[in-house]
Design a protein around this ligand. Structure first.
Ligand SMILES: [Zn+2]
Ligand SMILES: [Zn+2]
Length: 270
C-alpha cells in the first residue's frame, strides 16, 4: 500500500494538501485559486479532474478560496460539516448542490477505500476540524489552525505515520512584531494558531505513537521563518534522543508552491 502526501500551499495566503492512497485522490482544503491549485497539481503529475473529493477543515478564506470554481468547472464533490457549510455559504453561493456533501464531526465516513475521520480542533471558526485519512494500515493526519495542544486532536492523530502539523509562529516574534494588539491576542490565544514550541512538544509525544514524517505547516509570513520552525522542532526532537532524518523525517511546507512529495510504503501489496 502506497500513501502520497504533498502540501500544495500552506499559510495564511492559502492552504491545500494533496493526498492519495489506494487509488483515491483527495484535496484537504482549496485555499488558493482553482488555476493555481490546478497548476501545482500538474507539477506533481496529477490532473485536477482525477480528484475524487475535496475535504474542508473550516470556512476561513485561506482554506476555501478556490472551492467555488473547482466545483463549478470540474464537479468535484466537496465534504464539510454543517457549521462549515453555513460559513462557506454566507460568502459563496455558487456551489452546485450536487457537489455538496455533509459529514458529522467525530463520525467516520469513506471515500472509496479511504476512511476519513473528522475531529474537532480549537480554532475561531464555525465548526473547525482536522482529519485523519486511513487506507489499510497507512494513516495521515492533518491538524493546522489549532489554537493549543488539546486531547481532541492529539488523540485523533496519534498513530499516524504522516502528519501535516501546524507550526504557525514564534511567540517572541509575535510579541515584538508589528501586529495590532487585538490580532496578536488572537494568534496567541487558545483558539488561534499553534506556536513552534507547542508543535515541538506535540510532535515529541506523537513520535512515540509511530509518526515517521511530518510537514511543519501554516507558517506565518510575518511571525516565523522556515529555519526557525525547523530548528525549534528538530532541536526538541534531538534533545529527546531522536535522530532527525532516521527516526523521523521533518519537512517544512512552502507557502506558495508544492512542498516535498512524501511517499510512504507499508510493504504490502496494493
Ligand atoms: Zn488557516
Ligand atoms: Zn483559520
Amino acid at each position: 500500500m502506497r500513501m502520497t502526501v504533498c502540501p500544495l500551499f500552506s499559510g495564511s495566503s492559502g492552504n491545500s494538501i494533496y493526498y492519495a492512497c489506494g487509488g483515491v485522490r483527495l484535496l484537504v482544503d482549496a485555499g488558493m485559486s482553482a488555476a493555481r491549485i490546478t497548476a501545482e497539481l500538474a507539477q506533481i503529475g496529477v490532473d485536477v479532474e482525477e480528484l475524487d473529493a475535496i475535504l474542508v477543515t473550516h470556512e476561513h478564506v485561506d482554506h476555501v478560496r478556490g472551492l467555488g470554481v473547482l466545483c463549478r468547472k470540474y464537479g468535484i464533490p466537496v465534504y464539510a460539516n454543517e457549521g462549515t457549510w453555513n460559513g462557506i455559504l454566507q460568502k459563496e453561493n455558487g456551489i452546485p448542490l450536487r457537489c455538496m456533501h455533509t459529514f458529522y464531526t467525530g463520525e467516520d465516513f469513506f471515500i472509496g477505500g479511504v476512511n476519513v475521520r473528522p475531529f474537532a480542533i480549537p480554532h475561531d471558526a464555525m465548526e473547525p476540524v482536522g482529519f485523519t485519512l486511513s487506507c489499510k494500515s497507512m494513516r495521515c493526519g492533518v491538524a493546522t489552525d489549532i489554537g493549543h495542544i488539546a486531547p481532541s486532536w492529539m488523540e485523533a492523530v496519534a498513530g499516524c505515520q504522516a502528519l501535516v502539523l501546524e507550526a504557525n509562529h514564534d511567540v517572541e516574534m509575535v510579541e515584538r512584531g508589528p501586529y495590532p494588539l487585538r490580532l496578536r491576542r488572537r494568534i496567541l490565544g487558545r483558539s488561534g494558531h499553534l506556536c513552534n514550541e507547542d508543535c515541538a512538544k506535540a510532535l515529541l509525544q506523537l513520535a512515540q505513537t509511530g509518526t515517521q514524517a511530518v510537514f511543519l505547516s501554516h507558517l506565518s509570513a510575518d511571525n516565523n521563518l522556515p529555519e526557525l520552525a525547523y530548528n525549534t522542532v528538530c532541536g526538541a526532537l534531538a534533545q529527546a534522543g531522536m535522530t532527525v532524518g532516521e527516526d523521523i523525517r521533518v519537512m517544512v511546507s512552502r507557502r506558495d508552491r508544492v512542498s516535498d512529495l512524501l511517499v510512504m510504503d507499508d510493504g504490502a501489496a496494493q
